[in-house]
Design a protein around this ligand. Structure first.
Ligand SMILES: [Zn+2]
Ligand SMILES: [Zn+2]
Length: 119
């Protein structure tokens, strides 16, 4: 492939914004990727900052889901265990605790799988 701006020169890379071939003379390095020198440097910088921010956000979302999963799991286990232990004394009220506990365990699982999706 040859340079888009200098058809007689061979290209050393592609502009990340317009995907055109660039010779060494036309290449600008922006945020570790190539851009058309003096043409698409700002566009490529904006693109790179956008993807960097998205990665950062999805990592934060995943850790929030994991934190929720741990919290729901612990509270769910406490409720379920309490309900099971108190069943003989509380009767149907214990069933109520067990149901809340199981619901929280379900929420913990849902959060855990949702968090894995964002990795
Ligand atoms: Zn370009
Ligand atoms: Zn060129």
């Amino acid at each position: 492939m040859n340079c888009y701006y200098h058809p007689e020169k061979s290209a050393v890379g592609l502009c990340k914004y317009c995907q055109r071939g660039l010779c060494s003379e036309c290449t600008a390095i922006v945020e570790d990727v190539l851009a058309c020198k003096g043409r698409h440097e700002d566009e490529v910088r904006a693109l790179e900052q956008l993807t960097a921010r998205n990665l950062f956000q999805s990592r934060r979302v995943a850790s929030a889901y994991n934190r929720n999963a741990i919290f729901y799991g612990l509270v769910g286990a406490v409720f379920t265990g309490f309900g099971a232990m108190q069943y003989r004394f509380l009767g149907w009220q214990a069933v109520f605790f067990i149901m809340i506990g199981l619901f929280l365990l379900y929420a913990a699982g849902a959060n855990y799988f949702e968090g894995r999706k964002h990795k």
